[in-house]
Write a protein that binds this ligand. Structure first.
Ligand SMILES: [Zn+2]
Length: 338
């Protein structure tokens, strides 16, 4: 299904076809260089189907958006993907925890064969960091962290205006920091990982209830554990803002955030972390697709710069729209915030 109607007055412009691998559904949308989400489609993530059936569902949403792009009179420049970990850099392969049929699934290749477009992918929590720094709760902030607490737990770090990638592209992945020594066994093999204690999947196993039917105790406990990881992050990285989104905090709301803030206040006590605060992601259900769009714009900009360096040419290559360079410059939100 699609939830927007074409607007005849929309002037021709470039977009990223953004894709988010969510907890319950795949979504695809069109994101402009100013971060507007002008259309989107969804497809359910079925349980107990094979890897190609999952991709067929995703492809239906992608192709629906390609048709919508024609209706809107916009040109798709690239695909941007946000996906839960683990991923290989650029989503060459993906192994999202909650889709067991996708283990080292070659997502980028499948998407390229489907669309013949450049593919840029990243972790969903890093995508959210770009989105929230661009247009959301961390707009104008040079250093901050994001966390996504859903069926799995991820994170992203922006330090001095740069989204950190790390050796394999997984920097900020906070799901496997230990928040409960000797606690529940995690799928990674360790005990007491944040993901094994506070993810939606873990909470449903612990309580035998859906996350939208929580007890006060489990909302408080989950908030404390997320706050513990957030507080240690603030102390370690000299940051004072953690933006948190995902299905768990959306469901648990203020009870969760208050408990998380109390725990941050308790554990982040050295000078630079002492004023640390946790805040909800502000872009709501648009955040994941805007983030995936930002991943696409960031990838395009980097590719353009690499090409310029290799040719020693400061001007965009022939055939490129000159507006792309300036538009994508505005995209790397933390940079733009300086
Ligand atoms: Zn773990």
């Amino acid at each position: 299904m699609t939830d927007a109607t074409p607007d005849d007055s929309t002037k021709r412009r470039d977009v990223i076809l953004a894709i988010d691998v969510g907890a319950d559904e795949f979504s695809a949308g069109l994101v402009t260089a100013r971060g507007e989400l002008i259309d989107r489609s969804f497809a359910d993530i079925e349980s107990d189907v094979g890897p190609q059936s999952h991709f067929a569902a995703l492809a239906s949403a992608v192709l629906a958006q390609r048709e919508q792009a024609v209706q809107h009179g916009v040109r798709i420049r690239a695909i941007g993907v946000g996906c839960p970990g683990e991923i290989e850099r650029n989503c060459v392969t993906v192994s999202p925890a909650h889709i067991s049929a996708w283990r080292s699934f070659p997502l980028a290749q499948h998407l390229h064969e489907l669309t013949d477009l450049p593919i840029y992918g990243d972790l969903d929590a890093k995508a959210l960091a770009l989105a929230e720094g661009w247009l959301g709760a961390a707009r104008g902030v040079r250093s901050f962290a994001t966390m996504v607490v859903s069926s799995s737990v991820g994170g992203g770090f922006v330090i001095d205006g740069e989204l950190l990638d790390g050796r394999g592209g997984n920097a900020g992945h906070l799901g496997h920091v230990i928040v409960e020594p000797g606690g529940r066994r995690c799928r990674c093999g360790a005990r007491g990982c944040l993901e094994a204690e506070a993810s939606g999947t873990a909470i449903e196993t612990i309580t035998g209830r859906r996350i939208d039917e929580p007890s006060w105790d489990i909302m408080r406990r989950t908030g404390r554990l997320v706050g513990r990881a957030a507080g240690m992050t603030c102390s370690a990285l000299d940051i004072d803002l953690v933006v948190v989104g995902g299905t768990v905090p959306e469901s648990f709301a203020a009870t969760f955030y208050n408990a998380a803030q109390e725990e941050i206040d308790a554990v982040a006590r050295v000078g630079h972390g002492a004023a640390a605060r946790i805040t909800p992601a502000r872009l709501g259900d648009r955040g994941p697709l805007i983030g995936a769009g930002a991943v696409g714009w960031r990838g395009l900009r980097r590719a353009l710069r690499a090409r310029q360096r290799s040719t020693g040419d400061a001007t965009p290559p022939s055939g490129e729209q000159p507006t792309v360079d300036s538009a994508t410059d505005a995209v790397d939100a933390p940079d733009a915030a300086s």
